[in-house]
Design a protein around this ligand. Structure first.
Ligand SMILES: [Mg+2]
Length: 222
């Protein structure tokens, strides 16, 4: 039944025949969504780029300083930016393409899992622009899943930045690496500070041996 899984990867099994599966989030992990939204509000709302808000809160409308009043306003900005092909043109997070190529070369099965279809009516832009951006940035992947139900798709390791996704996945017993962002620093690791340096090496180590979570981790959190 499991003959297709090489012996050394048996402990990384996903499903019956999959192994070394990385579920990879895009926004805030590979693509700089906040920089793209910042550029959009500067361009369309006349916001001062030097006075833009912080990234201490995941939501733009609760993070101080953003010219985005509430959820409805955020969705309006997001929808307009989407139609303006934000997903085709947004900046890549430095080092991501090379690191992902290195992981792919090391037999990691990269499955992109993104919640980008959360606004109805313009999925055609989102799907085609996402595929274009991935090609343009030479990011390798074996599957592309558009879903917000991240815990519905198992993997050996997930990488995500959103606190709610990390918590849901961990509650479902999945192994999640936190991709460091100001708004997720209260969550325990393992954590990647970026894609450079020893990120690939660390990930490959975590594929082979998931680190034990300290019993006291988080004890110093208020
Ligand atoms: Mg994200």
């Amino acid at each position: 039944m499991m003959a297709r899984i090489p012996e050394q990867y048996r402990n990384q099994r996903v499903g019956l025949e999959g192994y070394r599966v990385l579920n990879l989030d895009l926004d805030g992990v590979c693509a700089n969504y906040r920089a793209a939204i910042a550029e959009y509000v500067v361009r369309t709302r006349g916001a001062n780029p030097y006075e833009l808000g912080t990234n201490d809160d995941y939501h733009f409308y609760t993070a101080p300083g953003w010219p985005i009043a509430n959820v409805e306003d955020y969705l309006a900005v997001h929808r307009a930016a989407e139609e303006d092909h934000l997903y085709a043109t947004m900046p890549v997070i430095p080092g991501a393409p090379q690191a992902l190529r290195d992981l792919s070369d090391a037999h990691v099965h990269i499955r992109i899992v993104t919640h980008r279809l959360f606004v109805n009516g313009q999925h055609r832009f989102v799907v085609s622009d996402t595929a274009k951006w991935l090609d343009d940035n030479k990011i390798p992947y074996m599957s592309l899943c558009f879903t917000g139900l991240k815990d519905s798709i198992g993997a050996t390791i997930h990488i995500d930045d959103a606190p709610h996704n990390i918590e849901v996945l961990r509650d479902a017993g999945q192994h999640v690496v936190v991709f460091d962002q100001p708004y997720n620093r209260n969550l325990e690791g393992p954590r990647l500070l970026g894609w450079g340096g020893d990120a690939v090496e660390k990930l490959l180590q975590w594929f082979d041996q998931w680190p034990q979570v300290s019993e006291t981790a988080g004890a110093d959190c208020p």
